[in-house]
Design a protein around this ligand. Structure first.
Ligand SMILES: NC(=O)C1=CN([C@@H]2O[C@H](COP(=O)(O)OP(=O)(O)OC[C@H]3O[C@@H](n4cnc5c(N)ncnc54)[C@H](OP(=O)(O)O)[C@@H]3O)[C@@H](O)[C@H]2O)C=CC1
Ligand SMILES: O=C([O-])CC(=O)C(=O)O
Length: 438
């Protein structure tokens, strides 16, 4: 009995599906297939595969040779399979596409394996990883894909690597935008805003054109708030509410410092808001945060420490780490990306909240409209969020928030040419820095 599947030239990602019986027939004879997931015959593009009980065509990993091929599925992930064909997959949810840019970078090197393991979306959620790189990083991206292959993650059903966001973001349900040019010596922040802004404008357009209409976008690449603003402005068909700038790392850093000072384990710290920009003007809010359910100021009586040392420690944590490590936070950033996603796909515990850089239109705090600002959010676990209403403010907090707001408004003026707001005019305050800059 023979099975044949004809593959068309355009079939490089949406591969021809074999029936369950055909698949299991093929797969029983392929010793290289691991047992946890049904992974039948590998095939080159534009090829006919045939397999039979007695004769199996040797699998050939696809190695792209032309630039177009660079966006193809990768190696073992070019195999077709039927999720219904195996007992253990019966309770699995529908496959989701998760796109990651800067996929060959340091943060991604930690993050991708968490995504693929099921740690983020759960043990019943198969995923397809769509990895965006560049000509510069393409070989490294292949290395990443090879490591993903070798990890034998049952839930990882597809990997695609590519350099064209219009291909890589197709049908993405999540887009984790990590890739960005790091600020080099002597580079003006305005220059960084412009270079990275171009990247996020292009990626916003690509998301707008090809991603799922309800894609959730998490911008990590710095300066992440303004990059997120640029991205959402270039994606008018996707709700602005779906765009986030990562400030969860700052929240985690703040919780850790408060726990350390109070002598408690960090799970006792809750209601931690980071307000504003992911920069040294960010405001870790100790007025509304709680330790063991009590206001922080009742537990930590040293208010001078809170206002000065604590605040600065959180604002500059990234820079201190770079001095020690010689590179910026990657593992803890990946962990905080996981936290940020989980906060949107699981209901927020009663009475608590989390921080995320989100679009300010309609915010109840009087923060300027039309910027991306970190604020306290709650989620029902459906991927969406609402802003927390019962927040208290004092003069200290308001003054600090105003400073971060002014900085973001200045950043916005700098990138007006990328947001459709006219001619850019850059008058950034002198102390505008990323957490990693000292
Ligand atoms: N929001 C937050 O809390 C944090 C944000 N960050 C930010 O995350 C981003 C990624 O960090 P990390 O993974 O450690 O960085 P890496 O330098 O390890 O990787 C960054 C990736 O960005 C891509 N990139 C895009 N454009 C350029 C360019 N013009 N020049 C050079 N590289 C470029 C590169 O991939 P390719 O060539 O494939 O495009 C590279 O692999 C940085 O912007 C960093 O500042 C870091 C920590 C915390
Ligand atoms: O500045 C950087 O690249 C690193 C960063 O954002 C952080 O550590 O918070």
């Amino acid at each position: 009995m023979a099975v044949a599947a004809e593959l068309s030239p355009s079939s490089h990602t949406k591969s021809t599906r074999l029936s369950s019986s055909q698949l299991s027939l093929c797969s029983t004879h392929l010793s290289y297939l691991h047992r946890r997931a049904l992974r039948p015959v590998a095939r080159p593009r534009n090829a006919t595969i045939s397999c039979s009980v007695n004769q199996i065509q040797a699998p050939i990993a696809v190695q792209p040779e032309d630039p177009k091929g660079k966006s193809d599925c990768y190696g073992i992930f070019c195999l077709t399979y039927d999720l219904k064909a195996e007992e253990e997959t019966k309770s699995w949810k529908k496959l989701i596409n998760v796109a990651v840019s800067g996929a060959a970078g340091m943060i991604s090197n930690h993050l991708l394996f968490k995504l693929a393991s099921g740690e983020v979306f759960g043990p019943d959620q198969p995923i397809a990883l769509k990895l965006l790189g560049s000509e510069r990083s393409f070989q490294a991206l292949e290395g990443v894909a090879m490591e993903l292959e070798d990890s034998l993650f049952p839930l990882l059903r597809e990997v695609k690597i590519g350099i064209d966001p219009y291909e890589v973001f197709e049908d993405a349900k999540w887009a984790l935008l990590i890739g960005a040019k790091p600020r080099g010596p002597g580079m003006e922040r305005a220059g960084l805003l412009d270079i990275n802004g171009q990247i996020f404008a292009e990626q916003g357009k690509a998301l707008n054109a090809v991603a799922s209409r309800n894609v959730k976008v998490l911008v990590v690449g710095n300066p992440c708030n303004t990059n997120a603003l640029i991205c959402l402005k270039n994606a008018p068909n996707i709700p602005a509410k779906n765009f986030h700038a990562l400030t969860r790392l700052d929240e985690n850093r703040a919780k850790c410092q408060l726990a350390l000072k109070a002598g408690v384990f960090y799970d006792k710290v809750s209601n931690m808001t980071i307000w504003g920009n992911h920069s040294t003007t960010q405001v870790p809010d100790f007025l509304n945060a709680k330790i063991n359910g009590l206001p922080v100021k009742e537990v930590i009586k040293d208010h001078k420490w809170l206002e000065e040392e604590f605040t600065e420690k959180v604002q500059k944590r990234g820079g201190v780490l770079i001095q020690k490590w010689g590179r910026s936070s990657a593992a803890s950033t990946a962990v905080s990306i996981v936290d940020a996603i989980k906060s949107l796909i699981t209901p927020t515990p009663e009475g608590d909240w989390f921080s995320s850089g989100v679009y300010t239109n309609g915010n109840p705090y009087g923060i300027a409209q039309d910027i991306v600002f970190s604020m306290p959010c709650r989620s029902k676990g459906d991927g969406d969020y609402e802003l927390v209403k019962d927040i208290i403010f004092d003069d200290y907090l308001l003054k600090r928030i105003a400073k971060s707001e002014a900085e973001l408004l200045a950043e916005k003026r700098c990138v007006a040419h990328l947001t459709g707001d006219g001619v850019a005019f850059c008058d950034l305050p002198e102390d505008t820095m990323l957490p990693g800059e000292m």
